[in-house]
Ligand binder design. Sequence first.
Ligand code: NAD
Ligand code: IPM
Ligand code: MG
Length: 375
Amino acid sequence: MTKNTECNLLVLPGDGIGPEIIAQTLRVVSWFGEFLDVQIKTEHALVGGASIDACGYPMSDEVFSKAEAADAILFGAVGGPKWDDRPRSERPEMGILRLRKGLDLYANLRPAICFPELIGASALRPELVRGLDIMIVRESTAGVYFGEPRGISTDAQGARRAVDTQSYAEAEIARVCRLAFELARNRESRVCSVDKANVMETGALWRSVATEVGREYPDVELTHMYADNCAMQLLRGPNQFDVIVTDNLFGDILSDEAAALTGSLGLLPSATISAGRHDQRSHAVYEPIHGSAPDIAGMGIANPIATILSFAMCLRISMNEPAAAKLLEDAVRLALFNGNRTPDIAGPERDGISSDAMTDAILASLDALKVSKGN
Ligand SMILES: NC(=O)c1ccc[n+]([C@@H]2O[C@H](COP(=O)([O-])OP(=O)(O)OC[C@H]3O[C@@H](n4cnc5c(N)ncnc54)[C@H](O)[C@@H]3O)[C@@H](O)[C@H]2O)c1
Ligand SMILES: CC(C)[C@H](C(=O)O)[C@@H](O)C(=O)O
Ligand SMILES: [Mg+2]
């Protein structure tokens, strides 16, 4: 069969459980390589600590050039104790930050869905999380992650002072808010903008710009919430949210919190996307929201679902294959429905299965759904 189009997928496994969950996800990528008209071409490269060990940098210029040229990037996770004592600018985490900034990946989409099959694994009571479906839109190229000045200085008495700078230009706020409103139009048409407008100048600007952008979307309800209250409301009544749009740091924290509502950090996928380039192509990184999990690295028990669902987002956003994305999401649900659980979602009474066995179950579900849908 001749394939109609091509997708060049750059695969960056990283550190810790990164290579493990990526290896599992590539089994799913291969399955779709057979199934789709798109020809998926993968190329692998080093990032994070693995790259530091090989060439001294968390992301080399060569790998960054490959990322620029790729149609999509599948990213595992970076970091680990081995590199924790390095200066900030030389840590593995700079690998992902360079990608976000360098490719202008301004919007990090982090959907948090509570699957009915996992309602018992949630940190909250079932009645609080039943039907949970939130989209967190996290700004990802600005804020305190990239603001200047930053650094640590020592005064005349030898006492150290650290400085980070939270900085936002209105255009940086407007574009991520606009995207949140667009996404909300295909959901429940509700956006909650989260800031600290009561304390921070950046928060006041965030609220004012979100309000201005909201006027362009009279059909979408806009509410504002302080970030501390949002952290509490996510625990008290998470179903009140549809789309949350917020800055880089609050989005990082609130999305890990949302993961606990769904059952595990090992379940939450993400897509970090840029605007279209002049040639109409855009960049995108697909990655789980979790990190390299040093505590379970090498044990073969990491939950691969967050990364596999990140590939589903890749199918939908970068490959324009919504039916395939839905098929994969359904296959994950079916594998869970059939009782497959890695230890993070197994609960205290069960041992849990390996990453490999969970992927086997998802692949078997893909085969079963493919047959039942007559594909
Ligand atoms: N995008 C990234 O690459 C990324 C994201 C977050 C953290 N990190 C880095 O990862 C390292 C560890 O950070 P951390 O421990 O704070 O966060 P983490 O997300 O790696 O782990 C937090 C907890 O969640 C568990 N967990 C995470 N993913 C899991 C999965 N797929 N299956 C089962 N359990 C899972 C871990 O075992 C751990 O108990 C640090 O170096 C950090 O900077 C990287
Ligand atoms: C590794 C780190 C730089 C990263 C972040 O803080 O953005 C991570 O926590 C994430 O959520 O992707
Ligand atoms: Mg994080």
